[in-house]
Design a protein around this ligand. Sequence first.
Ligand code: MG
Length: 157
Amino acid sequence: MIRIGQGFDVHKLVEGRDLWICGIKVPHSLGLLGHSDADVAIHALCDALLGALALGDIGKLFPDTDPAYKGIDSKILLSHVVSLICGKGWQIANVDLTIMAERPKFRPHIDKMRNSLADVMKIPVDCVSVKATTTERLGFTGREEGIAALAVALLTR
Ligand code: MG
C-alpha cells in the first residue's frame, strides 16, 4: 500500500529572530516569526506526512496556543509526527521539499538540511530531497516579507 501527502507553510520574515530551515540555522539578517522556531520547511514536511494518512495538520497536533510548544525546535515536532506514522505501521519512502525565498541563498546549506531531516526521520539521505527557488522577486517571497515551503511525502506499508 502507498499513500501520498502534501504540505504547505508560510512564515513572516522579521528582524531579531534566527532563521531555521530544515533544522539548520542559516546565517541571515532576518529570521522567521512563529510560536515555535518557525522552521517553515519542517512544518510543511510535517503536514505532508500527516496528510498522507489524513491525520490532520501540525496546528491540530501542536496548537500554537499551547505554551509547551513556545520556541520549540521543530525537529522535535517532526520526530513526534514520524513516531505517529511509524506506530501505525507505515514507512517513509521519500520526501521532496521546495523552499521559496528571494534570500538568502540556500544552495550551500542544502546537503546539511537533507542530512538533518534524514537523521530525524531515520531514513537514508537519498530519500530526502530539498530544493530552493526564488519567485523572481514576485509576491511576498519576492519582496522578502516571508518564506514559503512546499513538501510532498510518500508512505508505504
Ligand atoms: Mg508553521
